[in-house]
Design a protein around this ligand. Structure first.
Ligand code: FAD
Length: 470
């Protein structure tokens, strides 16, 4: 392992923030060690987040297509069977291949990897209880905290990962629950609800707020909720869970309107608690070295990702900002660039968000509500997927592209897409936003036909002028 030789950079945490920072640091010629307690690299995202959820979303979509759509495309089976253990095994294989891939990248880039739980003994020393039972002290001129986030429960609800599960348990259920209640209508709850709904569960989503996915544009959100409802998902908005009883054979939830009122009950076989995540800094000894955190435990940093303690930095889910893997990665690169004496930059206003349901919803920049609040005059251009030839050709045409641009200058302010592949389509909008492009700039780019990307072009045409195909 690392010995007592001093590193230029020590990264605590091997998630998308930490492992990317470690690789980038090594690429910039800095001697780098990464400490990870999990026994595998990739963090929440790769082990119990982005990757296993996308594996199950894809597999469950295939199953759902086979049972619901194949026949109309002229593909007939005598029967379709679900082999849940095989589906889980494919997910596990994807995860283990990718974690080993990062270990390979560490070797290739000469990042020293220490497996164990790190805690500060001073601002330049991390004591690591190694997974093999030993202890080693890793020294670094610069230390980056990339310890990420953890699941969060709600008052009075104990997660047992069997009947009352977090997203982690929901990624590994051993059978398809007849009734699954999802607490929290954020993207994680809707994605996991979609997985099990496609495999046959009855899904009810209970949400305290009046809306699902609060960061989404309101108009797109409405269409999205309708799409999910058509798939059989039920929503109980403005509703809070005040009690959960799992002493019987199933789980009994007691519900109440968010603002108070008469109680109702709801039965479930499995309850998924997906009501947000919390920054993880347990056992790090932050108070010992005096690193400042905010009220909800996030580490406070300046625009160079430096904490109040000299030489100590923080990135990813453990600091304020969108709790997303690609944001953590951007943080990691920029932080290391600053450490290496270069200039890094991450613009949190241009971080795309994607909900990987079917259809997907992706967005970048401002929602119409936010634009209104800014008080700028704006134009809206919309184009429905129903008028897109590719979407019609493959009979998967539920969705819309919506572009918001400043009225006077036509500068794009926000782009919102609901489409089967919205998570891929959004990046031309992300580039446009980054380059301060106008909607006309997108509209005048030749887009290949027939592609769903043409819906983005048409929405851009609709923003400053008129679309052709509607
Ligand atoms: P993490 O990934 O949490 O990594 C932190 C690592 O630090 C962990 O591996 C932990 O073991 C380690 N660690 C903590 N403390 C110590 C210590 N003291 N010593 C040593 N190691 C330590 N984001 C997306 O962008 N797209 C998605 O599709 C997406 N899907 C998600 C689905 C689910 C179900 C969940 C739960 C999350 C999802 N996310 C998604 C969010 C994404 O996982 C996080 O934003 C991302 O993992 C944050 O990266 P990070 O490096 O900051 O922290």
């Amino acid at each position: 392992s690392s010995g007592s030789e001093e590193n230029d950079v020590v990264v605590i945490g091997g998630g998308p923030g930490g492992y990317v920072a470690a690789i980038k640091a090594a690429q910039l010629g800095l001697k780098t060690t990464c400490v990870e307690k999990r026994g595998a690299l990739g963090g929440t995202c790769l082990n119990v987040g982005c990757i296993p959820s996308k594996a199950l979303l894809h597999s469950s979509h295939m199953y759902h297509e086979a049972t619901h759509s194949f026949a109309s495309h002229g593909v007939k089976f005598s029967s379709v069977e679900l082999d849940l253990p095989a589906m889980m095994a494919q997910k596990d294989k994807a995860v283990s291949n990718l974690t080993r891939g990062i270990e390979g990248l560490f070797k290739k880039n000469k990042v020293n990897y220490v497996k164990g739980y790190g805690k500060f003994v001073s601002p330049s020393e991390v004591s690591v209880d190694t997974t093999d039972g030993g202890n080693t002290v890793v020294k670094g001129k610069n230390i980056i905290i990339a310890t990420g986030s953890d699941i969060k429960s709600l008052p009075g609800i104990t997660i047992d990962e069997e009947r009352i599960v977090s997203s982690t348990g929901a990624l590994a259920l051993k059978e398809v629950p007849k009734k699954l209640v999802v607490i929290g209508a954020g993207y994680i709850g809707l994605e996991m609800g979609s997985v099990w709904g496609r495999l046959g569960s009855e899904i009810t989503v209970v949400e305290f707020a009046g809306d699902i996915v609060p960061t989404m544009d309101g108009e797109v959100r409405k269409q999205f909720q309708r799409a999910l409802e058509k798939q059989g998902m039920k929503f109980m908005l403005k509703t809070k869970v005040v009690g959960v009883d799992s002493s019987g054979s199933g789980v009994k939830l007691t519900l109440e309107p968010s603002q108070g009122g008469s109680q109702t009950t709801l039965e479930a076989d499995v309850v998924l608690v997906s009501a947000g995540r919390t920054p993880f800094t347990a056992g790090l000894n932050l108070d010992k070295i005096g690193v400042e955190t905010d009220k909800i435990g996030r580490i406070l940093v300046d625009d160079r990702f430096a904490t109040n303690v000299s030489g100590v930095y923080a990135i990813g889910d453990v600091i304020p900002g969108p709790m997303l893997a690609h944001k953590a990665e951007e943080d990691g690169v920029a932080c290391v660039e600053f450490i290496a004496g270069k200039v890094g930059h991450v613009d949190y206003d241009k971080v795309p968000g994607v909900v990987y349901t079917h259809p997907e919803v992706a967005y970048v920049g401002k929602t119409e509500e936010q634009v209104k609040e800014l008080g700028v005059s704006y134009r809206v251009g919309k184009f429905p997927l129903l008028a897109n030839s590719r979407a019609k050709a493959i009979d998967d045409a539920e969705g819309i592209v919506k572009i918001l641009a400043e009225k006077e200058t036509d500068k794009i302010l926000g782009v919102h897409i609901m489409a089967p592949n919205a998570g891929e389509l959004i990046h031309e909008a992300a580039i446009a936003l980054q380059y301060d492009a106008a909607s006309e700039d997108i509209a005048r780019v030749c887009h290949a036909h027939p592609t769903m990307s043409e819906a983005v072009k048409e929405a851009a045409m609709a923003t400053y002028d008129k679309p052709i195909h509607i």
